[in-house]
Design a protein around this ligand. Structure first.
Ligand code: ATP
Ligand code: AMO
Length: 434
């Protein structure tokens, strides 16, 4: 709309046409106000009942909240108005009326539970604090992309319909692909390796992953955004450096560019960039440290995965981001390389936020014959993965990488209680629409 002025740009003395949603109507008797909201803010429209055209006053004050209206008039300074200016309307058009029975109150005066909010996302997104999450999400993804570009990585897009799983057979969504069994991809893992093994060398992808997780938790989604990196001639330490750089860049970008959004979320005071040099604990040190907290009913032994309670106890103990390195080979997937001098010990690592795991990664098994053995050890048929393994016969350099959960990053940065708050239209066991 060429003739439209954003509310934030309306200056005293201007003649404007503003368009947006009816946020509130305050009728004080002789005088009444309509607060109009658009993407840039709000503006007060003043109705002086005795001095203005009766039909205009009736239409303006009769319109239901959240209807879309277009108002033309003069902007004047008014210190008592919420933004210091107001518009005296000359004409008002109801562009799209809203049903007076709203399923959700966008002014936020009445709380709604998450499920009602997600069922009515358009109305929910009219709240400043909800919009702030998605503005920050966009800024985080921008900063992450830029950081990867600074690391000389190329953004890639890999298929989401695939023939094989990589992250454990039970978490796959099967689909039918022209009569053949296929799956929604759980991770770009094998594809990013295939590209890093060309002389493109360093790649990243920000894209959806699909996991048929049965459990309903505040930190799992069935469709999530994975932030993946893979670099040729990198080892696990290099990949950890990149992961730390990307996570830190996200915090820095939010601090620098999202002050209004942080304020809308009430976070402007407490927001902090994590201190660099995240500690790197070996798995062995990590389980010893968890056991020493005395928080667990049962002591962890070598080979155990870290339960949610164990992650929490360790997170409280460390008090910030940290890595767990050198996991037992048996708990890591076939593509993770073992240490050359100890094949019980892998190069796999996780990056942890005190509340949850953010990243998994490691150096990859790049030697063809070892890779084939790895499949067999995990009970997988290497023939099914031939499209992947055969490229390891034609000059596959050592390489390493990681996957970072995009929503987990946003959730931990903003202290959100539930991962679903970081997704516009989350997919979980109960939710397939909207
Ligand atoms: P005016 O002389 O501007 O019409 P008023 O005080 O005579 O103002 P009232 O109907 O008595 O008009 O105002 C009721 C309330 O609305 C008062 O608390 C007043 O401060 C407030 N108010 C009046 N005009 C505005 C305005 N343009 N913006 C915000 N608040 C206003
Ligand atoms: P992993 O399976 O650990 O590793 O996934 C990497 C990161 O993705 C996030 N994540 C999820 N977030 C929300 N809901 C889910 N269901 C979900 N599943 C995973 C987590 C997790 O740390 N291919 C390897 C990565 C690699 O080695 O490069 C992989 O997918 O934050």
């Amino acid at each position: 709309m060429q003739d439209r002025t954003y509310t934030a740009d309306a200056e005293p003395g201007d003649e404007v046409t503003v368009a947006g949603w009816v946020h509130e109507i305050r009728d004080l008797g002789g005088i009444a106000f309509l607060i109009l909201r658009d993407a840039t803010g709000k503006i007060q429209i003043k109705f002086e009942k005795d001095e203005m055209d009766e039909e205009l006053v009736e239409t303006g004050l009769g319109v239901s909240r959240e209807s879309v209206v277009k108002v033309s008039g003069d902007v004047e300074e008014e210190p008592r108005a919420p933004t210091g200016v107001e518009v005296t309307p000359e004409s008002l058009e109801v562009v799209a009326p809203a049903d007076p029975e709203l399923p959700l109150d966008p002014s936020g005066k009445v709380d709604a539970d998450l499920s009602t909010r997600l069922d009515n996302r358009t109305l929910d997104l009219r709240k400043d604090e909800v919009q702030a999450i998605f503005e920050i999400r966009a800024e985080i993804l921008r900063a992450v992309r830029e950081q990867f570009r600074d690391f000389k990585s190329t953004e890639i897009t890999t298929p989401k319909i695939v023939a094989t799983g990589t992250e454990g057979g039970t978490e796959l969504f099967p689909i039918t692909y022209f009569g053949e069994e296929a799956f929604m991809n759980q991770s770009p893992q094998l594809f990013k390796q295939l590209v890093a093994g060309s002389n493109v060398e360093r790649v990243f992808e920000i894209g959806p992953i699909f996991r048929a997780e049965e459990h309903n938790t505040p930190r799992h989604l069935n469709e999530a955004t994975s932030i993946d990196f893979e670099g040729a001639f990198c080892d696990a330490d290099d990949a950890m450096d990149v992961a730390e750089g990307v996570v830190t860049a996200a915090y820095e970008a939010v601090t620098e560019n999202c002050s209004e959004e942080l304020e809308a979320l009430g976070l402007e005071e407490e927001f902090e960039i994590p201190e660099g040099d995240f500690p790197r604990l070996s798995y062995e040190e990590a389980i010893e440290r968890v056991n020493a907290t005395g928080e667990l009913d049962e002591q962890l032994v070598w080979g155990d995965d870290l339960s949610t309670e164990a992650e929490k106890a360790l997170g409280d103990d460390v008090g910030g981001h940290y890595f767990i390195t050198d996991w037992p080979s048996e708990v890591k997937p076939f593509y993770i390389k073992d240490h050359d001098d100890d094949e019980q010990l892998s190069t796999g690592f996780d990056l942890m936020h005190p509340r949850m795991e953010l990243v998994s990664g490691g150096q990859r098994e790049h030697r063809h014959e070892h890779l084939i053995e790895g499949f067999e050890q995990q009970g997988l048929d290497p023939d099914q993965f031939e499209y992947y393994t055969k490229m390891f016969k034609y000059g596959m350099p050592p390489h390493a990488g990681f996957g970072l959960g995009g929503e987990r990053l946003i959730m931990t940065i903003l202290g959100l209680e539930n991962i679903r708050e970081a997704v516009l239209f989350p997919r979980d066991r109960q939710r397939l629409s909207p």
